[in-house]
Design a protein around this ligand. Structure first.
Ligand SMILES: [Fe+2]
Ligand SMILES: [Fe+2]
Length: 255
């Protein structure tokens, strides 16, 4: 099963990563979920697919009361992000889901109703969690056309969704240990999934202006300390998106 590891705490404010399920079937991409708690309120980022709901719920229940969940943040609309929604709403039917306005009529195909969704405008917005304030930061087209990351200025943590993702072996550590070897597991993912060089440059400039101690992706390992800047610089230099027509085999003639 997955386990929850505390990655930040200061008084009533904490972040926990739910990560690494050794029993996860190989046909599912591995995911990280994060809990942000402040006092008796808890926000869950990208709760994951319905297949992994039991593992996430079990790990979460060991560290917080599931009824204390106060919000879900969905960075975008992918199934590995939010297809478990209907199951979380069985735990707490009034749970609000913060997501891009672009997806508030699409994600209800996974669950929820007219009262479930809180639209985030393209420019982003602040979210209150207890006495703390989090910021939904635009990351559009990286890779989803309506996409947000979540910045916590007091913890100096950025939840970066699919940006920073790496496809790692199941026994990989939660924190990046050796940036140069780690990033080899991230290269192909970013080259294919990140479709816009212009959006990537804008994100790198926007994120470089923030004080970040930990950059926490939805797949792979957490970049901490100097590795945060290393990742942003690596991403800024990486060629991504469509630079020429993709090479595909010609369509076979129909007899
Ligand atoms: Fe995605
Ligand atoms: Fe993802």
């Amino acid at each position: 099963m997955k386990k929850a590891t505390e990655i930040y705490r200061s008084g009533p404010h904490a972040w926990l990563a739910i990560h690494r399920d050794p029993e996860r079937p190989g046909f599912l991409i591995d995911t990280n979920e994060y809990l942000v708690t402040h006092g008796d309120e808890t926000l869950l980022t990208d709760p994951g697919g319905m297949e992994i709901f039991p593992a996430v719920f079990s790990a979460l229940s060991k560290v917080v009361d599931p009824r204390s969940l106060s919000a879900i943040f969905a960075s975008h609309q992918d199934p590995d992000i939010i297809s478990s929604l209907s199951l979380w709403l069985e735990v707490k039917p009034t749970l609000p889901v913060y997501t891009s306005w672009l997806w508030t009529t699409f994600i209800p195909h996974f669950g929820g109703d007219a009262g479930t969704f809180r639209s985030i405008p393209d420019e982003g917005m602040n979210l209150s969690l207890g006495a703390s304030t989090l910021r939904a930061v635009p990351a559009h087209y990286l890779h989803s056309s309506g996409n947000f990351h979540l910045y916590d200025p007091s913890a100096r943590i950025l939840f970066s969704g699919d940006v920073g993702a790496a496809l790692l072996p199941p026994d990989a550590p939660l924190l990046v240990k050796d940036f140069d070897s780690h990033i080899q597991h991230a290269r192909a993912f970013h080259q294919r999934w990140m479709g816009s060089a212009a959006a990537k440059q804008a994100w790198c400039e926007r994120i470089s202006a923030l004080a970040i101690d930990q950059l926490c992706p939805q797949h792979g390992a957490i970049y901490a300390g100097a590795d945060v800047g290393r990742f942003i610089n690596w991403f800024a230099e990486l060629e991504v998106g469509v630079t020429q027509a993709p090479a595909v085999a010609p369509v076979a003639a129909v007899a």
